[in-house]
Ligand binder design. Structure first.
Ligand SMILES: *Cc1c(COP(=O)(O)O)cnc(C)c1O
Length: 377
């Protein structure tokens, strides 16, 4: 049943449910001809500030720009060290190298796949100026501990929230805060397949520090304080009005979208928790999980075999990520001499299954049956 055209992410079926609003909004932008910095962008900025309960949102052109601009706002000097997990998408570390800063790649927790306070603390030197925890696959890194250490040492924290928008971090006193709003700066991407995705490229930066927010806004706009007065070397990074329309509509549904993903994840968990040689995603009690990816760990070198078994049944799967950052050619100049054992192992063990907001029960069952069949269950 239902093996036709299974996709990792189904953006089309999601669009069809909000087609009228999206089409009308896009047509309105075209009619207004306010393609750049129009009212739709400001509207989205305000809705996102209120959803996240954060003082300042600066919409930008993509998630990579968001990370770069965040680093540019910190007055760092060439050679300053920025701690970053080695198990992440390349963008997180790339912008550090691009700005002539030094990425210090560190290992992650084998359960959460995320940076921990203990790993962060061990990597700190006199040159450490910033750290970029990544909330990988939809679950928050250990922000409370990370912030405590960072604040004590005067280290900036930039959250890479590209995969976890909408998730809640739960502090030990029970207080909740949206991911991306806990560090000094948070960054996200609105790439179409992200939990809040537009129909092109987009990104945003968040901060509760008004002065920093103003500086970030200036950097994203040619360092301009007022028109044609440039106080800083900046760049040009804008979210366009058409993307803002899409995002504003989809933001209304973000919580429902994340709940839909959680339901798929729960269904997978129930089916896979008893399998031998498989570990289902760990649920950290300090974070809700919004399942940007549903990622299994497969032991005994069976991961690649499972992947091709599923491909034969028309079930796509992805390996996020197959190569640790320190093994990438581009980072050879920065690679630590130490190998990072958890990152190394995860690159051999992880496999992400299709998960999205419109996933039919029959499709889930089809995938479940075949994964179980592979393990003779
Ligand atoms: C997607 C992603 C980015 C980059 O976002 P773009 O919009 O593609 O530039 C950065 N970090 C992580 C963890 C991501 O998943």
């Amino acid at each position: 049943m239902s093996s036709e055209n299974i996709q990792m992410v189904d953006v089309k079926s999601q669009y069809l449910k909000i087609k009228e609003e999206i089409d009308q909004g896009i047509q309105d932008v075209i009619n207004s001809c306010q393609f750049i910095n129009g009212p739709k962008v400001k509207e989205f900025q305000a809705s996102l500030e209120s959803y996240l309960d954060v003082k300042r949102v600066v919409p930008v052109a993509n998630g990579t720009d968001a990370l770069q601009i965040a680093l540019m706002a910190l007055n760092l000097k060439p050679g300053d060290e920025v701690i970053v997990p080695a198990f992440t998408y390349v963008a997180t570390a790339e912008v550090i190298g691009l700005l002539n800063l030094k990425p210090i790649m560190v290992d992650v927790d084998p359960n959460t796949f995320n940076l921990t306070a203990a790993i962060f603390e061990k990597a700190i030197t006199e040159k450490t100026k910033a750290v970029v925890p990544v909330h990988l696959f939809g679950q928050c890194a250990e922000m409370e501990g990370i912030m405590k250490i960072a604040n004590a040492k005067g280290i900036f924290v930039i959250e890479d929230n590209a995969q976890a928008i909408g998730s809640d971090y739960i502090f030990s006193n029970g207080k909740n805060q949206k991911s991306g709003t806990i560090g000094h700066i948070g960054c996200t991407s609105f790439y179409p397949s992200k939990n809040l995705g537009c129909y092109g490229d987009g990104g945003a930066i968040f901060t509760n520090d008004e002065a920093l927010g103003e500086k970030i806004r200036m950097i994203a706009n040619h360092g301009q304080s007022k028109r044609y007065y440039h106080d800083l070397i900046g760049c040009n990074s804008r979210l366009d009005s058409i993307q803002a329309v899409v995002l504003n509509e989809k933001l209304k549904h973000l919580d429902a979208y994340n709940i839909a993903r959680q339901k798929v994840a729960q269904n997978y968990d129930n089916a896979f928790s008893s399998l031998e040689n498989v570990e289902i995603p760990y649920r950290d009690k300090s974070s809700s999980h919004v399942f940007h990816q549903y990622t299994l760990k497969v032991k005994q070198n069976k991961r690649d075999e499972l992947k091709s078994f599923l491909a034969d049944k028309n079930i796509p799967s992805m390996i996020y990520y197959p190569v640790p950052l320190y093994e990438q050619k581009a980072f050879s100049a920065f690679a630590n001499s130490v190998e990072l054992p958890v990152t190394h192992a995860l690159c051999q063990e992880v496999i992400s299954l299709p998960i999205h907001t419109e996933m039919m029960k029959e499709t889930q069952d089809y995938i479940i049956d075949h994964v179980r069949q592979f393990f003779n269950a």
